[in-house]
Design a protein around this ligand. Sequence first.
Ligand SMILES: [Zn+2]
Length: 459
Amino acid sequence: MVFSAIHKLIGHVCKNSNGKKIGAVFLIAVALIVVAFKTVSGSHVYAVYFDDREIGYVLDKDDILEYVEQLHHEESERYGLQVNPLNEVRVVRVKKSAGIQPKEAIVKNQLRDIMEYDVYAYAIIVNGKPTLAVRSIEEYDEVIEELKGAYVSGKDNSVIQAVVLNDQVEARLTQVDPNALYSVDKAAEILRRGTDRQETYLVSRGDSLWTIARNNNMTINEIQQANPQLGNSDRLQPGEKLSLVVADPYVSVSVTEEIVVKEKIPFEVKYQNDSNMYTGATKIITPGKYGYKEVTYLVTKTNGNEVHRETINEVIAENPKAQVVARGTLKAPVAGTGRFLWPVAGGGRITSRYGMRGSRFHAGVDIGASTGTAVLAADSGVVTYAGWAGAYGILVTIDHGNGYVTKYAHNSSVLVSVGQKVTKGSQIARVGSTGNSTGPHLHFEILRNGSTVNPLSFF
Ligand SMILES: [Zn+2]
């Protein structure tokens, strides 16, 4: 539709420039060439010529000429613009003969159908080429204003510095088919988008730019170009309308604006060494607080897409507050030394050794001590079990990380938990008589690569 209108417009421009219709160009009313003699009633009629073609006969010359005037007037009213007839209507007096039948109504209807007009209007010329036309110079000005306003954000934080048309645009008085005229809004839209084609997509739940692009044979970049409002964000709201037509502007518009944006200032993190915490452990002592600054940017967007940004001012509204973090310096317990410490505080006494005991094998050493006596980690390591374990009663198991594991059974209570690092000699439980036990004692096992060994061979 746009292209046909432009074609029509160009067609008219060409027609006018080759001078074929040059007479019509400057005439407001149709040129009527009347070859007339005084009508002699009864013996003469009038032949009506449309350009050079005879279209019929009438009796009354004035009546038909007035009718033509009336047609021009009606067309002018219809378009709200003075129209220029493109055809000549001539009336020629002829002698009435047997074959000639004056038919006023038919001639009038025919004239109404075939008369063509153009109007003086303003073609919008972009870089020397006519694009489309509007009715008046005032409408042309409105189109330009609308174009310039199309990309102005109008946001509170924005002050427009410049709006520039990047193409050379001018108006030229010309004659066009009145049906080819555009409204201000439509004209501005076409110059801005390069088309008046509308194709929109309604976003539904689960849609992404990727799926929409793929389903419409477009690239993500094209979708973003067709929808400058998206910016760099690829978040879509269900119900949002996206254009699927990439703009190819006839007239490119650059808007430069100053925008003021409140931005976060990150806080600094200060560390304080803490010798009571293991290396690698941290704890926030004073939480940090973001600061704020007001930054003024000078942003240029061309056809809605940002092409340039520079910072022109920065004012700190609130300084950030540093975060203070304690950082442990205590050396974490290392893997076991391979040498063991006696696991009962105060020593106790050996009540049963490692090895066969009757028909059953005794996998550890029993150390009798009163209930509540401290049970100590025989070497540094990580607690891998701490709790009830059937015949063992309350059991603690420590993995020393060097192939050795120690077990401490029948405790009355446990003081460590699984995953905890323990250092050699630290208290892990209290002596008791839980599980398969007849009196308070510690059943102590040492395993090397998964098999029990005689604990007493280490002391
Ligand atoms: Zn035992």
